[in-house]
Ligand binder design. Sequence first.
Ligand code: FES
Length: 178
Amino acid sequence: MSEHDHSSPTPCGGCPGSPEQNTVTLPERRQFLKLCLGLFALSWGAMTTVPIIQYLIPPESNDAGQEVKSVSLGSIDTLPKGQGKNFQFGKKPAIIVRDAAGDVHAFSAVCSHLGCTVQYDPTKTRIGCACHGGQYDPETGKNIAGPPPKPLTPLHAEVVKGEIIITRANAPQAGKES
Ligand code: FES
């Protein structure tokens, strides 16, 4: 008889639960688990580091080196009073803040310290830089705390027929010099 009788009390190498089968599959299971853990660690690492890198290095826009003269941010209704948001002005990150009175103020979002991207913090009513704690006045862009040595570069923001239009500031505004 060439085939083993699996109902026999003596297990063969291929029988479920036989010592031969367990010693063959256990290392494979361990390798599979290690592979799964490795893949999990890799994807977790990517999920946490990619947003940080994207935050620190803003993506380039598609203007292929052309100087952007103006950007529309859409309806003023999309930016409530006391709120701010980041946007792209050409290749550069920029920020707009709408103060409590409803006036809009826009600046380059490049921190004057080491170039991180700043963001508006409505709880502190400050523009802040997460890299080293720099802070700027949201209405003037003036550096008011932390290591930034200069104000944020101003942009010109105006509301035309209910639409926010950002253009380059022709000259530094009063009170923006360090
Ligand atoms: S880069 Fe902004 S505080 Fe240092």
